[in-house]
Write a protein that binds this ligand. Sequence first.
Ligand code: A3P
Length: 313
Amino acid sequence: ASQEPSVPVVGQWEHRFCRLADTFQPVLDRVYEFEVRADDVWIVTLPKCGTTWMQELTWLLMNNCDFETAKSVDLTLRSPFLEFNGVVPNVPHDTIEAANAMPSPRLIKSHLPAWLLPRQIWTKRPKIIYVYRNPKDAAISYFHHWRGMVGYQGTKSDFMHSFIDGYVNFTPCWPHVLDFWQLRHEPHIFFTSYERMKAQLGEVIREVAQFLQRSVSAEQVEQMSQHLSFESMRDNPACNHVKEFESMKAAAGREVEEFSSPNHRFVRRGVVGSHKDELTADIIREFDLWSDINLRDYKLNMDDFANYSKYAA
Ligand code: A3P
């Protein structure tokens, strides 16, 4: 996909590029011209970085901790995945129309890089929450997602190389992360990580509340932490994507049994460092070298992204 960069695109990439399957191509212009509202909240991530987790957290903060609705209404209806248009049968087929019809304040999810987001994002300046995750863990999670939910039949090694080389949807990875990293001090940008959510969920809840200028009591933080635990999210049909992927499989005309991991769950393992026992030492070395090459000019390493807190003293 290519598009002229919109307002504050940062980074050093002369040739902007984002890998997107054909399914996404028809909607990109509509996304670019999408009517943004100043009081929207956007969750922007690379896939498998804790998007759903952060969406659920943010939705609760925006909706006065309405746990009942959070358990009964599918998250895809409460928070549309903007560019995932017409892909899944049981979510609104036209995600853009659905988002247009939503009352404010809306919570919108996108995996697009900064420069492919609606251009009004940079003039209306809605709040944007960006969640980083160590690409080795994100890539392994993505591999399971594709194998278990989309029917990918290739090897793990092939998938990892495709991720590194920018052949899977929404990659290349580092320009995606770095654009938002460089915007992290902007008042309307909140940059955090999956790693911090795992280590300090209560603290991240309080920080997101501060960012959204919403109050949250200690009791609500406790209740939210329970609702957002790995086990509750895994067992919550309103946000574990089980229905969505069953209908995708059905729409693909294949039986669930045909998929190589029929028991795959979207909320799968939920740990930091899952690559350590799921990737070979050689692939880990390749990932590390690739990260070094991409980050060295910025004098950054992966821990900088994982540990960053907007409100740290
Ligand atoms: P794993 O496959 O490593 O388990 P996304 O929503 O961006 O697709 O991210 C999915 C990843 O977030 C999966 O990672 C999933 O298990 C993890 N995840 C979802 N909810 C979680 C939670 N409550 N606690 C920890 N990890 C969670």
